[in-house]
Design a protein around this ligand. Sequence first.
Ligand SMILES: CC(C)(COP(=O)(O)OP(=O)(O)OC[C@H]1O[C@@H](n2cnc3c(N)ncnc32)[C@H](O)[C@@H]1OP(=O)(O)O)[C@@H](O)C(=O)NCCC(=O)NCCS
Length: 333
Amino acid sequence: MHIRPIEFDDDATLRQMYDVVTASRAHERPHFVPSSADAVIADLRHDDPGETVLAWGLWEGDVLAGVTTACLTLNDNRDIMWVEVDVDPGHRRRGLGRAAVEHLVAFAREQGRTRLLTDARYPADRADGHPYLRFAESCGFRLAQTEIMRKLDLPVDTALLAEIADEARAAYEPHYRVEAYAVVPEGLRASLCDCMNRVGTDAPTGEIDVEPESMDPERYAGWLTVDAESGRARLTSLAIEQASGDVVAYTELALPAGNSRVHQWGTLVQREHRGHRLGLAVKAANLLALQADHPDRLDVITGNAHDNPWMVSINERLGFRPLELNAAFHRAV
Ligand SMILES: CC(C)(COP(=O)(O)OP(=O)(O)OC[C@H]1O[C@@H](n2cnc3c(N)ncnc32)[C@H](O)[C@@H]1OP(=O)(O)O)[C@@H](O)C(=O)NCCC(=O)NCCS
């Protein structure tokens, strides 16, 4: 087996990489709905000034048997390297995964990164001793936190969404207003980015400490260009403080092109604006917009830490039900 970099201008190898990662993620997960190859490749090729993403192929002769990736943020969390390892199910238990981790550790040292973070998804009833957990532990990682992934079948009863929206409105008016956008106007993006940058620090992250992120309007606009080019729709609902005109809460849904699934991305209410049902308000507003504008979508996937009862209770009320676990692992280098 040998490991070599995958260049992002090498279309043929990127498509092989997509096939390997899709086969790996679909293994024993019948509910997995992959994004299209074009969409995944568009994300990989995007040159975001705030992060560097690299990929390496694990080759057995001419066959691409596995893939590993690393993401290095450049303006925050400069001690961390986020990594992924995927081995094609037909090539597992031959040491490829372990070799990939050894490669990543050496690369992290070269880059001066002192922590590796990764995650893996598996069923809750196989949490004890699942192969991915055993792999992670045998490669020196520790389980840092377990999130529960939940699925919401669409459509949600619009009467329930209207009831939730009304209940929230009674708690946040007249100090705030809530708006849903397919594209957030430029004037609101700076305070939206301030909210986005706090998601990693304000949501429970178990044993893992992270710094605020550094998304800014310029980087955000770059990702909107990727959305437009790859056909991904993004729905963003915002709570805006009337007095300042600032975004103080947001939630985002991502709708990859060409499939039926929706992914819940970040949701946050700024600390000093909590307690006014703004989380509930933006979630209900976004689901109402989703159902009105994208009736072809069948379900939404979200993940919450078990020790985030506030977010979990909102999601359960909306109808999200447990699907699988997302286990976060970390390892010092
Ligand atoms: C996890 C994964 C990368 C392992 O790849 P792999 O090439 O099969 O791993 P290796 O052969 O290098 O295994 C290394 C060690 O992990 C443990 N391990 C791996 N698979 C295991 C299994 N099915 N059962 C028990 N232990 C297992 C063993 O300790 C093994 O060492 P050993 O073979 O000497 O006993 C692969 O299953 C995969 O792609 N999973 C899906 C993606 C994922 O979840 N990645 C992140 C995991 S942190």
